[in-house]
Design a protein around this ligand. Structure first.
Ligand SMILES: [Zn+2]
Length: 216
């Protein structure tokens, strides 16, 4: 912490650690008292009062850091387990291979994402952001496990993989305060997929029954 007198009149500028942004009123009041004392002329009584305030402020800061360290450790563990649980190898289709082919053909191999089958049979296909152990964000594509079926070719699975990749390449836009996810550009580019018709047909005619029957 440090303070200095500002330019105008008796104004003072206080620089406090960012962590005080989360401090309860009680601690902020101690901080204000500390500033007031620091700005006044020195006296033995004020010095003692100031030291007492510093002791309680430092105690709060270290307790806060301890909690944060613990929370961070928990989050890192959770992020690592999430990556460990990614399951791209299905019974019929390997999503890593399909993603690599789609990436090479439509995105110059530049698209960065991890991919997994949905944990549940009837799970949806989605594109989300997750964070790795170092807190670095990564795009995660989740493909409905219903696609891991003998009646689906790799080109058909590629259709849904391509669709989810497009959500990264063509992010949602805000128009008139509304979030447009499948806008015009998205729909146009979606049709550039070479097996678009076959994929849509399979998606509409086969997938619902496969999900309903709940087995391969
Ligand atoms: Zn979509």
């Amino acid at each position: 912490m440090e303070w200095r007198r500002g330019g105008v009149g008796s104004e003072a500028i206080l620089r406090a650690p960012k962590i005080f942004g989360e401090a309860p009123d009680e601690i902020l009041q101690s901080l204000a008292s500390w500033v007031r004392l620091a700005m006044q002329r020195k006296s033995p009584a004020r010095r003692i009062e100031r030291q007492a305030l510093e002791t309680s402020l430092h105690a709060w800061i270290s307790a806060r850091h301890a909690v944060d360290g613990h929370t961070q450790k928990l989050l890192r563990g959770r992020a690592a387990r999430k990556i460990d649980r990614l399951d791209p190898r299905g019974a019929y289709h390997d999503l890593d291979a399909i993603l690599a082919a789609v990436n090479a053909e439509y995105f110059e191999g530049k698209l960065e994402a991890k991919i997994t089958w949905s944990a549940r049979w009837g799970g949806l296909s989605t594109q989300t952001m997750a964070k790795d152990e170092q807190g670095k964000p990564y795009a995660l594509l989740t493909i409905s496990r219903g696609y891991d079926h003998k009646s689906a070719s790799a080109e058909i699975v590629g259709g849904v993989v391509y669709h989810e990749c497009l959500h990264i390449a063509v992010p949602p836009q805000f128009r008139d305060g509304r979030r447009v996810v499948h806008g015009r550009e998205f729909r146009q580019r979606e049709k550039e997929y070479r097996f678009y018709e076959a994929w849509r047909k399979w998606h509409a005619e086969k997938l619902p029954g496969i999900i309903r029957r709940g087995s391969t």
